[in-house]
Design a protein around this ligand. Structure first.
Ligand SMILES: [Zn+2]
Length: 73
């Protein structure tokens, strides 16, 4: 009967460990699904952080505005 008692003990230890683990871990906050709505892009010229909806793209480079995009250089 040694093997059966061993596995019973193993199961109880495993269950207690899982219970303690869950009890010790703080519940994580729910992930925000709309994270992309507040994403910022850094202007390729001046480095200003600009909301995605206001970014002016030139190829694959983001700019904070037409002035930076069309600026000399
Ligand atoms: Zn800029």
């Amino acid at each position: 009967m040694g093997v059966v008692r061993f596995f019973l003990l193993l199961g109880v230890v495993f269950w207690v460990a899982r219970f303690l683990w869950r009890w010790l871990q703080p519940t994580p906050p729910p992930m925000r699904a709309d994270g992309s709505a507040h994403a910022l892009s850094r202007c390729s010229r001046c480095g200003t952080l600009t909301p995605q909806e206001l970014v002016v793209w030139q190829g694959d480079r983001p700019y904070c505005g037409l002035a930076c995009r069309d600026g000399g250089g």
